[in-house]
Design a protein around this ligand. Structure first.
Ligand code: NAD
Ligand code: GLY
Length: 370
């Protein structure tokens, strides 16, 4: 079988522009990333699941540097301020100077925390994203949002800090559990749903190949999503407007994740349910047609993603969690809704009563026998 094509996507941010390389064998073939390390120090941040699998692949590329690794325990709960402190301690022990580089080897949890640690050390040093989950390849590694969770809510502490490069080696997806892979597909659907109808149709046509993990189809899906996101980030790096659309499904999704203590639902699963809730709310507000909601539900279902709440969710608690969302202002809910496929919009002043009614219905639908 021939080697999949190597894709390169440029994130255009002036002097802070960077490439996203997507292809096979990229960790071991360090020609794309080794020249980007400017100084003598590197800290690899990874976790206890990913490091044994993939750290050996990059070790040859680190030869000649002073480098060490800092490994998180696995799981969203470890994307914490305490672990940023430990990562900074590791940089201190390494004697990292301003030209040091942090390498984030792992999924979105590792990438977000490693990026934030790089942003904090000496007020900002380089970092390279080496995403190893589908979700991280198509979303979290691109665009420079870094941060950690706080007990009161998800991603509430962080910084915009762009990587020097993103190296997405699709070989790493071979060991990714099926559920994690599917969760990544939710973020692929999101890009198409908010602003790229041709891509949405392509996903409808290729859903079976994506579920079967056909390599060329997966590579094309990653590239198309990254290309879409790179464009949004280039136009609105710090989320003054358009970039907020990338949060389609996220206000609901973050509330579901927090209510489930980050264990009931994976991020991508919560986003899948959240996108459907956003579509349903749009329909109730007269912004979109039932047929659009149905197409979204159908695509998510074909990709084996959840479309209903897990048990144990309480509508009022979810609403309270939604009030903490970063998009809100002056005590008003601000949500990303849509006027149909590929026509997402920021909608301010959404009536809480309407959101609560929708959540109540979703909780009722999730009851056994409903
Ligand atoms: P994750 O980082 O927890 O990884 C999922 C699981 O897969 C973990 O158990 C991990 O150890 C394991 N894993 C990773 N790569 C593997 C591989 N190749 N083989 C086997 N196992 C592997 O979760 P995720 O879905 O990658 O990322 C979710 C996080 O990303 C959330 O914290 C979310 O808030 C964040 N996020 C950030 C952005 C952003 O723009 N910064 C965007 C979306 C999501
Ligand atoms: N995942 C949302 C963003 O990067 O803006």
């Amino acid at each position: 079988m021939s080697k999949p094509t190597l894709h390169s996507i440029h994130v255009a941010l002036g002097l802070r522009s960077y490439p996203v390389w997507i292809g096979a064998g990229l960790l071991a073939d360090h020609t794309h990333w080794r020249p980007l390390l400017r100084g003598r120090h590197a800290l690899v941040i990874s976790n206890t699941t990913v490091a044994p699998l993939y750290l050996p692949r990059i070790e040859a590329g680190l030869e000649g540097l002073h480098w060490s690794s800092f490994l998180l325990d696995d799981g969203e709960a470890h994307k914490s301020f305490a672990n940023v402190g430990h990562a900074l301690d590791a940089l201190g022990q390494l004697g990292a100077t301003r030209d040091a580089c942090v390498i984030a080897l792992g999924g979105g949890v590792v990438g977000d925390l490693a990026g934030f640690s790089a942003a904090c050390w000496m007020r900002g040093i380089d970092f390279i994203q080496m995403p190893t989950t589908l979700l991280a390849m198509v979303d979290s590694s691109v665009g420079g949002k870094t941060g950690v969770n706080l007990p009161v809510g998800k991603n509430l502490a962080g910084a915009f800090h762009q990587p020097r490069a993103v190296i997405a080696d699709i070989d790493t997806l071979a060991t990714l559990p099926a559920r994690e892979y599917r969760a990544g597909l939710a973020e692929v659907v999101k890009g198409a749903a908010i602003g790229d109808e041709a891509f949405f149709i392509w996903l409808e046509q290729h859903a079976d190949a994506l579920v079967a993990r056909d390599v060329d189809t997966v590579l094309e899906a990653i590239s198309r999503k990254v290309e879409y996101k790179a464009g949004v980030v280039a136009r609105d790096e710090t989320e003054q407007g358009e970039r907020a659309l990338l949060n389609f499904g996220h206000t609901f999704g973050h509330a579901l994740e927090t209510a489930g203590h980050y264990t009931a639902l994976l991020h991508g699963e919560a986003v899948a349910i959240g996108m459907l809730l956003a579509a349903q709310l749009s329909e109730r507000l007269g912004m979109s047609e039932a047929a659009d909601t149905a197409r979204l539900r159908q695509l998510l279902h074909r990709l084996d993603l959840p479309v209903a709440f897990p048990p144990g969710m309480a509508a009022q608690q979810l609403l309270e969690l939604m009030r903490l969302d970063k998009k809100n202002s002056a005590g008003q809910l601000r949500l990303i809704l849509w006027r149909g496929i590929s026509r997402a919009e920021i909608v301010g002043g959404v009536a809480e009563a309407q959101v609560l009614a929708l959540l109540d219905d979703a909780v009722a639908d999730a009851q056994p026998g409903a």
